[in-house]
Design a protein around this ligand. Structure first.
Ligand SMILES: [Zn+2]
Length: 104
């Protein structure tokens, strides 16, 4: 039976919105993985043991208070990574103006 931490889905799902508020933060794969792992280390894991883990995750009603905590932890992680990405400044991937305008 596969075990899945649905918190990963919650963090991943909310990360984009948080990154929108921090245009100075790099959004390359390495930095996004860093943000996810930092945030997840500060959040209680929520494991489900179901083969439909992926589907289940979307059905789990996210407590509004819990969502606030998740967003706070993502924001903290984004600030850490924005300040010290694991690669040189010039390799940062930043949103261009069209990307910011699109807002999705
Ligand atoms: Zn990066």
């Amino acid at each position: 039976m596969p075990i899945k931490n649905v918190m990963e889905d919650f963090v991943e799902g909310n990360m984009k919105d948080v990154l929108h508020m921090y245009p100075e933060c790099c959004r390359c794969h390495a930095c996004r993985d860093d943000i996810m792992s930092i945030a997840l280390n500060h959040l209680e894991p929520k494991y489900v043991s179901t083969e439909k883990g992926g589907v289940f995750a979307k059905l789990v009603a996210l407590d509004p208070m819990e969502k606030v905590v998740i967003i706070q932890e993502i924001a903290k992680a984004v600030q850490i990574v924005a300040k010290s990405p694991r690669h040189p400044e010039e390799e940062k991937i930043l949103p261009d103006s069209t990307d910011v305008k699109k807002k999705k």
